[in-house]
Design a protein around this ligand. Sequence first.
Ligand code: GTP
Length: 597
Amino acid sequence: MLRRRCEQVRNFSIIAHVDHGKSTLADRLLELTGAIKKGGKEQYLDKLQVERERGITVKAQTASLVYRYKGTEYLLNLIDTPGHVDFSYEVSRSLAACQGALLLVDAAQGIQAQTLANFYLAFDQDLAIVPVLNKVDLPAAEPETVAEQMHQVFDIPPEECLLTSAKTGLGLESILPAVIERIPPPPGNTAGPLRVLLFDAFHDEYRGVICLVEIIDGHLRKGDRVVASSTGDTYDILEVGIMTPEPTSTGRLCTGQVGYVITGMKSTRSARVGDTWHLLKQPVEILPGFKPTKSMVFAGVFPITGADFDALAAAMERLTLNDASVTVRRENSAALGAGFRCGFLGLLHMEVFHQRLEQEHGANVITTTPTVPYSIEHTDGSREEIQNPSQFPLGKKLSGVWEPTVAATVVTPSEHVGSIMELFQDRRGEMTEHTVLSPARTLLRYVLPLAELGGNFYDSLKSITSGYASFDYEEGELRKADLVRLDLLLNGEVVDALARIVHRDKAQRIGAAMCEAMKEKMGRQQFEVIIQAAANSKIVARETLKAFRKNVLAKCYGGDVSRKRKLLEKQKEGKKRMRRVGSVDIPQDVFHALIKS
Ligand SMILES: Nc1nc2c(ncn2[C@@H]2O[C@H](COP(=O)(O)OP(=O)(O)OP(=O)(O)O)[C@@H](O)[C@H]2O)c(=O)[nH]1
């Protein structure tokens, strides 16, 4: 099996809009080829707890299937990819190790925003595309209409579309023959010097870093010594094999094969995805590699109590071993103490990271309001990136402030176009395209500030379209904007962890909402608290919290000293869960509440 020539190898991905059935289809293909047992646990390739709970794929996975077709045995490497926009970097990486892709579309929902994005990622990399219309078992399925849409939007002839149900198994037998016939074998040179593409890496608790690779040219054997061309570091190949889908040692990988390698590398940070490996003293032409991932959302991550800092630091370290796309540095906040400033690929990535910190590492944390990176220009022409709103300079003239934008795509039932246009206008969006896909569906494209995707953007879009619109975006240009720093003050003291950067026109509205939420959540204190919001140091909103003295001894008649002491102790304990800002104690859960408001 392992001396197979390139002609008997196919490397392919499954790409689709979220929930169109990729993971389910991958499971069925694994069952069909005997890689996993029928009726076993669902969504085999979704390994992380957060993936199972949220029903989304976060890390791309790979599995090698052996399939007999017309008397010949083929090795088919399937790479399952995440569907959510935050993880599209995983999609493009995985596609770099493939020659083709199954483009999966839900036959009831039709083409969605992410279908378009993924199609173009595959198209740009010249991959052979096998269109699959899934979920044909659903009563609402309209495979003919969707096939017509595929023709109109992607120029794919309707007769090329395969019809399947990953749920009932209908049509599944047509998929692997189409993979073999329509997707070309990997083009590598079997006799050439070894050239390896490193396309992913993950950390295994027991075995250390496991690298996923495609052998572009030549052969890789256990015991080889390779050079990572980006760093010049050398590694001994301790183990090599294929994912079936568990790592299975094979001793060697041949040209065109996708598999795993263990080298004794300590951290996934050493595994530079997109890197080219070659043999010592046998340099090769370097592969183009991947665009480095860029943090688009930053947030502070703090322990609930200062004493938990070391445990949080350890949890962070373990988690970032496996998720090299998170950037982490130490940060100190007057309100929240010692913590970290983390950079994420997007909001979902941030939530997933938070959830993994709690679930897999038992850390209890406060995450501050997420912010996007702003670029400010000082009057001397120098530029600075602001990743924390409290770094935004006050009382100093600036030449300008730039904010990141996104190019957004929405596919929606046509009756919601009017409300979507209103939502995007309110979010400072500019329409760039309006196309009618079919009488019932419309495609809209907008440029809008990335920061406007925060707050309740997704909930608003969902509620005005009853969940029927799909949304996707890609990174846009930086755009100059009239932005101010919005601070929240308690008795005149700024709470640094709650600072935000907002558009000048919205500062008053957001400031008033924050003051109101703070008043409601904080509960009465023992003295009067003035809550204010300031835009670039100018007060724009105010609330007053009246004093209230909580007398813990009120119920103590007479002089029961031990009871009295107990109650006073209890009050002291309650205070531990407070954070002191100036003269005011803020309960920890206020931070949680305001971030969500
Ligand atoms: N009726 C029907 N339901 C299906 C079919 N295929 C998948 N589903 C269901 O659709 C939902 C989404 O399927 P997944 O396989 O998790 O979708 P996915 O595209 O992998 O989603 P992400 O991993 O989040 O990108 C699940 O509830 C599946 O059971 C099908 O052919 N018919």
